[in-house]
Design a protein around this ligand. Structure first.
Ligand SMILES: NC(=O)c1ccc[n+]([C@@H]2O[C@H](COP(=O)([O-])OP(=O)(O)OC[C@H]3O[C@@H](n4cnc5c(N)ncnc54)[C@H](O)[C@@H]3O)[C@@H](O)[C@H]2O)c1
Length: 347
């Protein structure tokens, strides 16, 4: 079987990660780069053509599938053009700039019947698979509380790129917290209600730099989440899980803590705390670790995308998931703006 020819649209930070990952996966090959400004380095390193827009890529006929890793506000038009040309897409998150635009993209995907995998890469991480298996097996009981921290102090150079500063497509809620929302929905189901606060006090951009949200799940569990791209600290998935050693350190601490009616689990260390008998806060619990063999989730994601593009698998993270995650983020923003609860889902 010949290699699946994959084009990368958007050769920025994550585009470079995808290009490096494609080189590590058998059965796929980077076949082109599309970027109106950058990308010459990646194209040259891999010996593939560079195009300035998706139309030129499609005219050249050099791709069987594409990864869309351009700024958020370009996701819907670019992905629509690729789907209409019959190319399966691995689409970075957030899938659109608004829920309405995301729903329009779902309509294009349904009309064309061409698959979209959303780039919530953590779902391909064996840590997440181990946690999901334990939760699904009922080992924690029902979710009572979840605590999620994201201290993501970014260097000032990160904000040289205009789209990351604007309220339309930037901010740690849309760029980062959406990954946590995806995991929480994956583990615990849909979110019924949200209350949130957001602040731009530390960076002074239009968009928030810091936010706190309380999510009430349809199942009754309650989660508290804090996130900031101005807060210095080791408590975030990105800087504890060791997923992307080329970009991030892996501090030896936790980012997520789940407490159920029966037991507790933290991530990414997979520490599993359980009582010997009936739960009782006066009795010492035992600490174990859920078994897990580490693997690179970006590689797992590309392997899965190749299977999706070849028609051998359905997307593990669907476009509907991507839009549902955006609904929760929009509810967080609405609640923060209005000082009132907001409901993300049509339950
Ligand atoms: N899954 C992850 O781990 C992860 C990590 C980082 C970013 N992301 C997402 O990936 C996307 C890109 O983020 P980034 O930080 O790499 O951005 P970036 O700004 O570093 O790179 C974006 C690139 O897209 C190019 N571009 C702009 N308009 C384009 C167009 N019309 N067609 C093709 N290319 C175009 C830019 O020139 C730039 O090179 C965002 O949606 C972001 O949320 C995902």
């Amino acid at each position: 079987m010949s290699d699946l020819r994959i084009a990368i649209v958007g050769a920025g930070i994550i585009g470079h990660t995808h290009a490096a990952t494609l080189a590590d996966v058998r059965g796929v090959a980077l076949s082109a780069v599309v970027d109106p400004i950058a990308g010459a380095d990646v194209a040259e390193r891999h010996g593939v053509p560079l195009f300035t827009d998706v139309g030129a890529l499609l005219d050249a006929g050099v791709a069987d599938a594409a990864i869309v890793a351009s700024p958020n506000d370009t996701h819907v038009p670019i992905t629509s053009a690729l789907l209409r040309a019959g190319l399966p897409v691995l689409l970075e998150k957030p899938v659109a700039n608004s829920v309405a635009d995301g729903e329009a993209l779902i309509a294009v995907a349904e009309e064309t019947g061409v698959p979209v995998l959303v780039g919530h890469h953590r779902r391909h991480n064996p840590i997440i698979k181990a946690a999901k298996a334990a939760i699904t097996a009922g080992r924690l009981g029902d979710l009572v509380t979840a605590t999620v921290n994201s201290t993501l102090a970014k260097p000032s150079s990160y904000f040289d790129v205009a789209w990351r500063r604007g309220s339309a497509s930037g901010g740690p809620l849309s760029i980062n917290l959406i990954h946590e929302i995806d995991l929480l929905r994956h583990f615990w189901g849909e979110v019924a209600e949200v209350r949130a606060f957001a602040s731009n006090h530390h960076r002074g951009f239009d968009v928030e730099d810091t936010a706190a949200a309380i999510l009430v799940f349809a199942s009754g569990g309650i989660a508290t989440l804090t996130i900031s791209d101005a807060a210095t600290g080791p408590w975030a998935w990105d800087v504890t899980a060791g997923e992307n050693p080329a970009r991030f350190p892996a501090h030896d601490t936790i980012a997520h803590a789940y407490a159920g009616t029966l037991a507790a689990l933290s991530l990414p260390d997979l520490a599993f705390w359980r009582p010997a008998d009936e739960p009782d806060w006066t009795v010492r619990m035992t600490r174990g670790t859920l078994p897990c063999t580490p693997a690179d989730p970006y590689i797992g994601q590309i392997e899965h995308f190749a299977a999706v593009a070849r028609g051998n698998a359905s997307p593990l993270v669907s476009l509907a998931d991507g839009v549902a995650n955006m609904r929760v983020i929009e509810a967080i923003k609405t609640s923060a703006a209005n000082g009132a609860p907001a409901q993300p889902m049509r339950l």
